[in-house]
Structures are given as structure tokens and as C-alpha cells.
Write a protein that binds this ligand. Structure first.
Ligand SMILES: Nc1ncnc2c1ncn2[C@@H]1O[C@H](COP(=O)(O)OP(=O)(O)O)[C@@H](O)[C@H]1O
Ligand SMILES: [Mg+2]
Length: 393
């Protein structure tokens, strides 16, 4: 039965009779298993670790790919048990031994999982182990082919993360739309009804001296209700401006600019030259959210007095430029990882196959440039659910 661990650590003298040297071709494959040309071919493979194990699981040959992937030179590893390639958990679970036993009984096994390099780092491996038998049926050893799939795994993870973020974004947008509607329609109407009731109450009271105080109170109440209605509208608008769906990006952006002018005394100018372009709802929402985040950043970080938002179409590209005259910043890549505003902009732009660039320096304001292929942002031809961008007033 093969053991899972070499009797001694890797520094022990090698038990293999194979000469230890760097010339792969001379030691990569035991002579009995193939001719010189085949051994040279195997040795030359860079992207796959191809090596032999003896029946007990000790490494008997090594190729260039094995050195690339696992980090050991041939002379370091030949003669050692192959369980050093497995994680401690897998070794504790007797996985190396189980895989060899399975390969011996089934002839061949395939596995994917984490394996360990010489330096202790892990890689995601695709592994096949094939049993090699002598003509008389005795087990001669195993041929093992290992491929490093880490990059592919990362790519799949990235694709999943991107799909997930798209899903989260659209779910969040739906939720905002729903809450905005409830605030505006349900709460808003109830408040209007309440205000009318209070007004009626004030009118039924006569003008006698004892009634004067309640009348004044109903007037004050009406003013309070008005301000609650205004707050509810403002909150609903912030969640999702109703004009984004009805009047389009241009109107929604202008509304947003007005909000920032009034609330932050910021001179926001919007120049919209994309009135010909009918945007898809996704693109209109994405662009609106980018402007919203950019303006929020100006009020939070810039100490600016002026912001310019420009949208135009140049050839096949929708282009947006947002620029403030504030104190600017040093753009630091590592720091931006913790700030989700700029990252969120980049993610939205990436989903629309476009590009976002940020440019700033201390004392020199902040500039955002977005370019999106028109094909990726325009509403489906013939579809009627597009969002128009009416011209700037
Ligand atoms: N208009 C701006 N002027 C100056 N600095 C800015 C501006 N916009 C963004 N920044 C800087 O970039 C950082 C990242 O912005 P962001 O990703 O939106 O994160 P957050 O707003 O949550 O800090 C901010 O913390 C700020 O330092
Ligand atoms: Mg921000």
C-alpha cells in the first residue's frame, strides 16, 4: 500500500537511482517507458506538468512544465512522495493514497482541486492519473498530468462577480423605483388628504376668541404637512427621479442639477447635446447614477463652486465630461479600492462596454470622462421603451 508521506522530509538524500541533474531530457522519463523522442517531447511541454510516479507514489520523472507549475527542479523532487503536492487537509483525508488506489483499480482518474507549490502557494489544478501496467499485468507506476487552472478559475470567478454585480445593481434600481413610487403615490396622497382634513377642521371653527388658537394651530399644521410632502417628494426623487422614465436623461439631469444648485449653492451647468439619441432604460439609469455620484462627490470632497456636465455624441460614441473647480486630489489606485463611488462608475461603464477615466491633482479640480459606444446605449430599434434625452433648455 502506498504511504501518504515520504519517510523523511524533502532534504533527505534521494532514493531514486535516476541521476539528479538539470538536463530534463536525461531524467524526465524512465527509459523503459518510451523512446528518446517521446521523452524529449514530454520534457519540452511547458504548460503541463507531466511526470511518472512509482507504484508507491514516489516521483520517478519530471518535465519542464512540472518545474514551471510546481516550482521544484527535477533533482529536488525525484524520489519524494507525491503527497507533498497536496494540501495538509487532503493529506489528512488520505486523498493522495485514495487517488492512486482508484487509478490502479479503474485505470485512470481525473480530479480538480487545490494543490501546493514548492513555495507553499496554492494553485487550482486539473489532474489526471493513469495507471501503467507491464505486459504481465503488474503495476509499474502512474503517469500524472497536472494543469494549472488558476487563471481560468479566476476568470470564471470574475465573470460570476460581474454577473452578480449586474444583478444586484438592477435589483437595487427596481427597489428604489418601488420605494420612490410608494413614497410619492401612497404616502404623498395620504399627506395631501391629511392636509385637506386639517384645512377643513380650521374652516369649521368659528372666529370667536376661544377658537382663534386652534385655527392658528391648523394653519401651522398645514405648513408642516406641506414641508413633509416636499421632503417625501425630494426623497422619492433622490431614489429615482420620475422624469428619468417619462422625460428622459436630459430632464432628469437638469432636475438633479437644480437640486444641487438649491441645496449646496453649487453652480451646476448641464450641456446636453445628445437629444437625437434615444437611450435604453439601462443606459439612461447608468448615466444618471454616474452624474449623481459625481455631483455628490463634488459636494463631499471638492469644496468647488462650479461644476460642468457635458454630454455629446462624437462619431459612434456617447461622451460625457464632468469637471469641477474644486481642490482636487491625488488619484491613488490602491485607495480607490475602498471607495465604491468611482468603482461603481467604472463598473457601470464597463457593463456598457465603455471607458471611464478620472483625472485630478491637488488644487486642480476633478475631471471625469466617460465614453460609451452608441450601439451599447441606444434603445432597441423599433422598441418603444427607449428613454429620450430632450435638448437642454
Ligand atoms: N470631485 C472630487 N474632488 C476631489 N476629490 C474627489 C472628487 N471625487 C472623488 N474624490 C476623491 O476620490 C475618492 C473616491 O471617491 P468615491 O469612490 O466616490 O468614494 P467616496 O465618495 O465614498 O469617498 C474620494 O474619497 C475623494 O478623496
Ligand atoms: Mg463618492
Amino acid at each position: 500500500m502506498p504511504s501518504d508521506r515520504p519517510a523523511s522530509p524533502l532534504s533527505s538524500p534521494l532514493s531514486s537511482s535516476t541521476p539528479a541533474n538539470d538536463e530534463f531530457a536525461s531524467n524526465a522519463f524512465p527509459h523503459a517507458l518510451g523512446d528518446i523522442h517521446f521523452r524529449m517531447l514530454v520534457d519540452a511541454v511547458q504548460d503541463y506538468a507531466i511526470f511518472m510516479l512509482d507504484p508507491d507514489g514516489r516521483v520517478a520523472s519530471w518535465n519542464r512544465g512540472a518545474q514551471n507549475i510546481k516550482g521544484y527542479a527535477g533533482q529536488e523532487i525525484i524520489g519524494h512522495h507525491f503527497s507533498v503536492f497536496y494540501t495538509p487537509d487532503d493529506v489528512a483525508a488520505a486523498k493522495p493514497r485514495t487517488e492512486l488506489a482508484l487509478a490502479a483499480s479503474e485505470g485512470h482518474i481525473e480530479d480538480e482541486g487545490w494543490r501546493v507549490r514548492k513555495d507553499g502557494s496554492r494553485f487550482w489544478a486539473n489532474v489526471t492519473i493513469t495507471a501503467i501496467h507491464a505486459p504481465d499485468g503488474t503495476l509499474r507506476g502512474f503517469a500524472k498530468v497536472t494543469r494549472d487552472m488558476t487563471d481560468r478559475l479566476r476568470l470564471i470567478e470574475l465573470q460570476h462577480a460581474s454577473a452578480l454585480s449586474l444583478h444586484v445593481q438592477s435589483a437595487r434600481e427596481d427597489e428604489r423605483t418601488r420605494i420612490a413610487r410608494e413614497l410619492h403615490d401612497d404616502l404623498g396622497q395620504q399627506l395631501v388628504a391629511l392636509k385637506m382634513d386639517v384645512a377643513a377642521l380650521g374652516q369649521t371653527a368659528d372666529d370667536s376668541k376661544t377658537a382663534r388658537q386652534p385655527i392658528e394651530q391648523t394653519i401651522a399644521l398645514q405648513a408642516q404637512i406641506d414641508s413633509i410632502i416636499a421632503s417625501a417628494r425630494r426623497i422619492a426623487g433622490g431614489l429615482r427621479p420620475p422624469m428619468l422614465d417619462d422625460l428622459g436623461l436630459g430632464a432628469a439631469t437638469e432636475w438633479l442639477a437644480e437640486e444641487f444648485r438649491n441645496r449646496y449653492r453649487l453652480a451646476v451647468t448641464v450641456r446636453n447635446e445628445v437629444d437625437q439619441l434615444v437611450l435604453s432604460p439601462t443606459a439612461a439609469t447608468a448615466i444618471f447614477r454616474i452624474v449623481q455620484e459625481a455631483l455628490t462627490n463634488v459636494t463631499r470632497h471638492a469644496e468647488a463652486t462650479r461644476v460642468r456636465v457635458e454630454m455629446r455624441v462624437v462619431q459612434d460614441e456617447f461622451r460625457m465630461h464632468i469637471e469641477d473647480n474644486g481642490k482636487g486630489t491625488t488619484l491613488d489606485r490602491s485607495r480607490s479600492k475602498q471607495n465604491f463611488g468611482l468603482l461603481g462608475m467604472q463598473e457601470r461603464v464597463r457593463q456598457l462596454h465603455g471607458q471611464a477615466t478620472f483625472d485630478s491633482a491637488p488644487g486642480d479640480g476633478f475631471r471625469i470622462d466617460i465614453s460609451l459606444p452608441v450601439d451599447a446605449v441606444k434603445a432597441n430599434q423599433g422598441g418603444n421603451q427607449g428613454i429620450a434625452t430632450p435638448p437642454y433648455r
